[in-house]
Design a protein around this ligand. Structure first.
Ligand code: NI
Length: 234
């Protein structure tokens, strides 16, 4: 025979389950995963190649990777969010002359304070905005053979040869501010559909290193990062 206590316990459990809010609240952890596109809005200084020629600067193309965020709800309306991702890889081209300069990988971990204006309301639609700080780490910078060939032509007056000039590329790490907006649409008390955007101030000094000279120039990458995916809270 099923005891009354058991029925009561089941009823209480069912009631508490259905009473779970469909939005996040203080103490919740939210994991978000989705496709993250880093779309640079590049502004590059001109490149003075050892006084021989001045190039128009560089452009950086976009890349999409798996984006991951972890969020902790400090209160019902304020949260702390960390953005992580699988490494982004971007091709870099030289403006004006249409040659490939090279490529770089980077990771842009970003820590953001989020504000949920509807956070205290039991609403399925939960938008948020935020501000934070970004650290971007570049590695595996590579120089394209097209740039090495161009350097060979440019430096002929010095070297007496148009042979390609072997070069390395180095990009300094960047610290900068970020801005954030997005929303969760809660389907049930665990899962939500998520979409959001970051603007990140990423500025770097690029150095093209050759045996003849080092060429330095500043590049503002300042990307928009778009992410669409799902959120899970517990
Ligand atoms: Ni900038």
């Amino acid at each position: 025979m099923i005891s009354r206590k058991l029925i009561l316990a089941a009823a209480v459990a069912a009631a508490s389950l259905s009473a779970l809010p469909v939005h996040a609240e203080q103490g919740d952890w939210i994991f978000r995963a989705g496709a993250a596109n880093v779309d640079p809005d590049t502004d590059s200084d001109e490149i003075d190649v050892a006084g021989l020629v001045t190039l128009d600067g560089v452009d950086v193309d976009d890349d999409t990777q798996l984006g991951l965020t972890v969020t902790y709800m400090l209160t019902d309306i304020f949260a702390l969010e960390l953005l992580a991702a699988t490494p982004f890889e971007h091709d870099i081209s030289v403006n004006g002359v249409g040659i490939e300069a090279g490529s770089t990988k980077h990771l842009p971990p970003t820590l953001t304070v989020l504000w949920y204006p509807f956070g205290a309301k039991d609403s399925k639609f939960q938008p948020y905005i935020g501000a934070g700080i970004n650290y971007t780490y570049f590695w595996d910078e590579e120089v394209d053979s097209e740039l090495e060939a161009a350097l060979g032509v440019i430096t002929e007056p010095v070297t007496g040869s148009t042979d390609p000039v072997p070069a390395d590329l180095d990009l300094d790490d960047s610290w900068g501010f970020s801005a954030r907006a997005g929303f969760d649409y809660w389907i049930n008390d665990k899962w939500a559909v998520n979409a959001g955007v970051w603007w990140i101030d990423i500025d770097t000094e690029a150095t093209i290193e050759t045996e003849l000279a080092d060429v330095k120039f500043d590049v503002e990458i300042d990307p928009w990062v778009y992410m669409v995916g799902v959120a899970y809270k517990f």
